[in-house]
Write a protein that binds this ligand. Structure first.
Ligand code: UT7
Length: 326
């Protein structure tokens, strides 16, 4: 039997109840004596608002909501799944994995379920792993989810990070197919750069030891991101024997509009081909790529047969690209 391809057959997304504008956030931070402004945030990042979960919401619930939307779009019942891969850096528990908790929430008993931890590259990592598992011929219907409640690991006294991130989830259903879907996937990491973006605290003796908050050297991350995204895009295009002109849509990790523009410029790709959602979602880490993809599918920009390039980059340092025919 010929090796199956894997194809995305449905996408879904979930955002927690309320959008918080830059002005509202600036007012909240001012009450703590921290100065920021809509003007600074928009000029430096392109972010205009982000969604913040309330205390009762779990990463599991957010992930399961996005998963249900993706399953509905694919016309599949949860029981049909045989694999769930979930990317998150903000799991609900140390264990079991959030993937197992989502499996129970959906009622997809029996499907293999595990988490992938690659921070903002997590969804692209998860998609590459699920693709490889489907291509073995053993798994046929996978759910890949990126779900985050990053607001819970932000230091709300640190204006250099707390204005950047938001909460959300996105998901895709990936199915075995005789038609090409995912054409190429490449993942990378450089653990020597762990310190430039990390949440270093650990649990021991019933308490957090060390720093429980996200810390980032923004400029170091910015420089590395722009460098690796260009090379990573060229790598998957070469694997698929396609030129940049074949790319209909670039769906990159949404951290900063300046990084997205720089990547497009370096690749020689028109900015009109870049899906940009950072303005409305902020940086939602592992959720950002599937959230952006779902939005562009539902508003009719991404259509069947088009070539879509997904890119992740973030803590680890990790990065990777997936090139697919939608
Ligand atoms: O998802 C993982 C990937 N993450 C990323 O890709 C993030 C990559 N990095 C970035 O996007 C940018 O580096 C940032 C948006 C984080 C920062 O932008 P920047 O242009 O590199 O600004 P900066 O760090 O050089 O700071 C410029 C100034 C500083 O003041 P001084 O030293 O020039 O007086 C900061 O203190 O802006 C100040 N500043 C702020 N001002 C108002 C920093 N944060 C804020 C703020 N509001 N929230």
């Amino acid at each position: 039997m010929a090796r199956p391809w894997s194809r995305i057959t449905g996408t879904g997304a979930a955002l927690p109840g309320r959008a918080v504008s830059n002005d509202e956030l600036a007012r909240q931070l001012a009450a703590r004596g921290i100065e920021t402004s809509d003007e600074w945030i928009v000029a430096r990042t392109g972010i205009r608002q982000r969604y913040i979960a309330d205390a009762s919401l779990s990463t599991t619930a957010l992930g399961a909501q996005a998963a249900r939307a993706a399953l509905q779009a694919a016309g599949l019942e949860p029981a049909a799944l045989d694999l769930i891969v979930l990317a998150t850096s903000t799991p609900d528990q140390i264990f079991p994995s959030t993937a197992c908790l989502v499996q129970a929430d959906l009622g997809a008993a029996g499907a293999a379920a595990f988490d992938v931890q690659a921070v903002c590259s997590g969804f692209v990592y998860g998609l590459a792993v699920a693709d490889a598992m489907i291509r073995t011929g053993v798994y046929r219907r996978a759910l890949v989810v990126g779900a985050e409640i990053f607001s819970r690991i932000l230091d709300w006294n640190d204006r250099t990070t707390c204005v950047l991130f938001g909460d959300g989830a996105g998901a895709v259903v990936l199915e075995a197919s005789e038609q090409p879907g995912i054409l190429a996937a490449r993942l990378h990491a450089d653990g020597t750069q762990a310190r430039i973006l990390c949440t270093a605290g650990r649990l021991a003796q019933g308490a957090v030891h060390g720093d429980p908050f996200l810390r980032m050297d923004g400029q170091a991350v910015f420089r590395l991101a722009v460098n690796v995204l260009d090379a990573s895009a060229r790598e998957v295009l070469a694997d698929a024997e396609l030129g940049v002109e074949a790319v209909d849509w670039l769906v990159p990790h949404q951290a900063n509009v300046r990084i997205l523009s720089a990547t497009a410029r370096r690749l020689g790709l028109a900015e009109s081909k870049v899906i940009v959602t950072v303005g409305q979602h902020g940086n939602t880490s592992a959720a950002s790529v599937p959230l952006a993809l779902d939005l562009a599918v539902r508003d009719g920009r991404v259509r069947a047969g088009q070539h879509v390039l997904l890119q992740g980059v973030g803590g680890g340092f990790t990065w990777g690209s997936v090139l697919l025919r939608f």
